[in-house]
Unconditional design. Sequence first.
Length: 565
Amino acid sequence: MSNNELVTNTLSGVIKNLSAQEIQEKLESPKSSDLGDIAFPTFALAKLLRKYPQQIAEDIVSKIDQTLFEKVVATGPYVNFFFDKVSTSQSVLTEILSQKNEFGTNKDGNQSKVTIDMSSPNIAKPMSMGHLRSTVIGNALANITAKNGYIPVKINHLGDWGTQFGKLIYAYKTWGSEEEVKADPIATLLRYYVEFHEKAKVNETLNDEGRAWFKKLEDGDEEALKLWEWFRAESLKEFTEIYDRLDITFDSFNGEAFYNDKMDKVVDTLEKKEILIESQGAKIVDLSDVNPNLTPAMIKRTDGATLYMTRDLAAAVYRKETYNFAKSLYVVGGEQREHFVQMKAVLSLMGFDWADDVEHIAFGLITFNGKKMSTRKGDVVLLKDVLNDAHDLALKQIQEKNPSLSHKELVAEQVGAGAVVFHDLMNDRTNNFDFNLEEVVRFEGDTGPYVQYTNARALSILRKSEKDVSISSDELQLDDIATWNIISTLNQFPSIIKRSWQQREASIIAKYALNLSRAFNKYYANSKILTVDDQLNARLALVKSVSIVLSESLRLLGVKAPEEM
Ligand code: ARG
């Protein structure tokens, strides 16, 4: 039993008004070790019982079996648990060394499915930093769901349909060339698109031309379809380069176009339920009964064309029917909040009780050296360039620190990409943040490379020791303070895993990995780990456990853990 479970069970025995799960969700790790190892705040109980939190904390302490812990005390509104250091060290290290990367895995999800709509860039446009965020947050959440016993289904809902493709076809046919597109697909297509908009400002009939080509596309015109398929394939090739660099895969690339033949069903249901109404020639669902602040969801335009919303409704239904998800997540920027509130509202009006399982996982805006990015005007920061620059910065530091390292290029790629990904995941996802590559790729401070470096350092100690690390119960006497900091941090990992899923926050794991790295580096600076004495094996067990948990944390975040750097 982990210490977390021990505390939960103990508290369950004396608190009748909260379920074990509710108790566990409230457990905190105290800021400093003189407040113990796990704290239980009593505020929620105080509300329920109409008593002072301080009083409740004392009542709980008086009822608890103290023999299971070093001590349990009430500090103001908190119940603070102090674990027996020697036995805790022993049980944590034993658990980690025997379970290895399975440490912290739980079965909460019962193998049910979680669909994750992620990345979802738009064809013929460069992938933006926002899409990068969606990709890496989605990927980390997929790993986290799996760690919590669910089966993730990663879906790339490509933006591959809409009137813009009519414009693009017109532009390509009128002033584009095959060679140009082949040489540099996305940049060229983007240029055509930008040029189209410039020309349309002067000559409005261009918009009609664009619409006409989109209509042809929708009607299955062979030429239009062929061009569209080609644009899509060329774009996907470029996106794949980025996915490969980040080592991120998808279970489905069904984008918006996939739902073309699945929207009638949605429209039928809306009609049958009598919630589809005409408004100025368009078809809409009025949502003011659900929430007076919501604007209507637009289902069909005046010309009968479907919209982003129509396709998303079809996709939501398709996903439920295909995967029978327990949760359906949409990792999409916060600027689309209203869209997803509307979508959920329409799904509930359609009578789907699973609408409650649909969640918009919003995230904040990234700026790059203070600048916002936009694709409309074409002044974009290309992701490829960001990753290339990160690679170069990593390589420079490796050359300074470890000039004899083999596979420098490979490690530089793992560190560069890892730095970008880690930085993206380190902040609460809804925060906006600025991106400065120099800071992000540093080997010290709150960075991915710092965690990678710490892990590589631990692995290098293990290599030097040339010993197989074993667990033998009588050797573990790791009860000094620096060691204890590591042990109690390692001990938190299983609850960190649960919490990161409950809050849909990969940042909880990233922050945890930084904490564990700091604890380990403090220890490393002050102890002679490799000295031969009767504690050697115990110290190596500690080092090995740190590297297991650090590598697993990095894996969950989608960051590589190089063995040397
Ligand atoms: N392609 C959209 C964009 O770039 C994001 C799609 C998000 N997913 C969804 N099911 N709507 O803004």
